[in-house]
Design a protein around this ligand. Sequence first.
Ligand SMILES: [Zn+2]
Ligand SMILES: [Zn+2]
Length: 174
Amino acid sequence: MYYKHYFQCVKCKGHVVELTDSEIAVPPGRTHSEALQNGGEPMIRNTVVPFCLGTIVYCAGFDKFGKPCGGNHHRGTDTFNDPPAPPPNPEWTEFANRVHAAWQVYVNSGYNIANRGPNHDRAHRTAPGVSMVLQRSGGMVNIQGGLYKASISLTSDASLKRNAGSHAVFIYHL
Ligand SMILES: [Zn+2]
Ligand SMILES: [Zn+2]
């Protein structure tokens, strides 16, 4: 399972959405701008959001007077089944093996921070077959049983992110 948690900025009322494999809703940042920098997405993807220091709070879809929040969602968290494996695609298979191998290096090193952000120099370019799978994914992909959030937001570098419990988030750069 994975989850989509909704948050709202108390200042500008803008929303930040977070896709995560954690059912506990933790804002991706304290302030609106920080939440977007840390992988939160604006409600409408690829819109440019002004710098905003408003505090981010969990949004159940209604304000305390029962009025809709304006974000057009009806609960604070939506739940999704794990994404299916993509159809056979040699470029994707090669890519998935590389991402999984890099994840294993991170785990086997005891979550050494030096191994948490592979392909930072973009030595491996994103192949068309990989882009296609990511674009069709809805934002979450399953690679060998691990859930990776695909971030293609304008406010942060394109990447795949996987939660590592209490350790630093694993980021494969695209
Ligand atoms: Zn704001
Ligand atoms: Zn809302």
